[in-house]
Design a protein around this ligand. Structure first.
Ligand code: EPS
Length: 377
């Protein structure tokens, strides 16, 4: 079983990721982790914080000489901004001056203050901040080494920013070259302009991204119990990303609009078996079916608006505009990188459940044998 947790506050010492359950002897590519951390910091529409941070992974335990030890792994991404905040975030003695009392609509502020009886909303937002996703990307970047050793690749691209949509094909090079991780130059320009307009209006924008995983043989996940169904696990992992409001698999909600004859993907007599369409998004019966896994996620606009939204001051209930703290205008490109990481974590967990072995060599052998069986059918 794969255990994954994060810790850390947005302006605290750092963000941390804990991973347990990997076999020994997995070669980890630090360059992949740092490249993903750097990608997560990019994207047109990011705010001033990203000019301060330069995220890199620091491995605190569980890896020796580039190989996993099978012991728990602790990763750190240190916050450079902590230097500017340490008197307000110190574990033992804090200075006054950075308290907040006006909950932002759309943010965790109000419900979090009620849940934990916090009087200062900073006690909520420091942890609910999307800064936490740096820890997810560090863990996902590490687990990309696990998946790539098994021939599995996960990637993502942006398909919508506010009113501008792109539904063309994926192209990794073009997507990497785009300021919003959209594979189309024209759409990229229109998305940038939409973000500029929102910024000029004191507003924010959401959007949509797609995550795909290729190279998966059928039978990852299981239909035998509800919490082993891979579609449910992937959806949980992706929905847990801050600001994600919808997750669709394959044709998603369009499955409800067409008859079965137009939705279910015909099985072709090839070796290995392929499909003439992929409306199922590579998942049937809670398991992979051999086709690429395709997941579409919708992100709401960021709740911190320069112009503020109507709210109340929790000290006296008086109506006010929500306070503005430095923020991003749009973080959909960054969220797409987090989406990759969460898909990688979900897939790694399902594979580790299905192929439990103490060493990476043994696990890779068992996985290869499973793939050979599928290819022989
Ligand atoms: C965030 C507010 C901004 C974002 C932050 C998420 O940070 P700050 O308050 O320091 O300007 O930049 O995202 C990150 C720091 C990050 O690494 O993604 C929020 O309130 O959620």
């Amino acid at each position: 079983m794969l255990v994954f947790y994060t810790a850390g506050e947005s302006h605290g010492r750092g963000v941390f990721a804990f991973l347990d359950g990997l076999p020994a002897g997995l070669r980890v590519d630090r360059g992949v982790i740092d490249a993903d951390l750097a990608r997560r910091q990019l994207g047109y529409g990011r705010g001033g914080r990203m000019a301060i941070e330069k995220d890199r992974v620091d491995v605190l335990s569980g890896i020796r000489g580039g190989l996993t030890l099978a012991s728990p792994i602790l990763l750190a991404v240190w916050n450079r901004d902590f230097e500017n905040w340490k008197q307000f975030l110190d574990p033992w003695r804090i200075e006054a001056g950075r308290e907040l009392h006006t909950p932002r609509p759309g943010h965790a502020d109000l419900a979090g203050a009620v849940r934990y009886r916090h009087k200062d909303l900073r006690d909520v937002l420091e942890r609910s901040s999307a800064r936490e996703t740096a820890g997810r990307v560090a863990a996902g970047g590490l687990l990309k080494s696990f998946l790539s050793a098994l021939g599995i690749e996960v990637c993502s691209w942006v398909t919508r920013i506010g009113p501008i949509a792109y539904d063309g094909p994926f192209d990794l090079q073009a997507s990497d070259a785009s300021s919003v991780f959209c594979p189309d130059g024209k759409a990229t320009g229109e998305m940038e302009r939409a973000i500029d307009h929102a910024a000029a209006d004191g507003d924010s924008l959401g959007g949509e991204f797609v995550v795909t995983a290729s190279g998966l043989p059928p039978g990852i996940g299981s239909y035998t119990q509800w919490d082993k169904r891979l579609d449910a696990l992937l959806t949980l992992h992706l929905m847990s990303i801050p600001a994600i409001k919808a997750v669709q698999i394959g044709a998603g909600i369009a499955c409800g609009e067409k008859p079965g004859s137009l939705i279910h993907d015909p099985i072709l007599p090839t070796r290995p078996k392929t499909r003439s369409s992929n409306n199922a998004g590579g998942l049937e019966g809670g398991m992979t079916n051999g086709e690429p896994v395709v997941i579409r996620c919708t992100m709401k606009p960021i709740p911190t608006l320069t112009r503020g939204l109507p709210t109340v001051d929790l000290r006296d209930g008086s109506p006010v505009q929500a306070g503005y703290e430095r923020s991003d205008v749009c973080a959909v490109p960054a969220a797409s990188v987090v989406g990759e990481a969460m898909a990688v974590i979900a897939l790694s967990g399902a594979i580790l459940d299905g192929f439990t072995q103490p060493s990476m060599d043994a696990l890779a052998d068992a996985f290869a044998e499973h793939r050979t069986y599928w290819e022989s059918l």
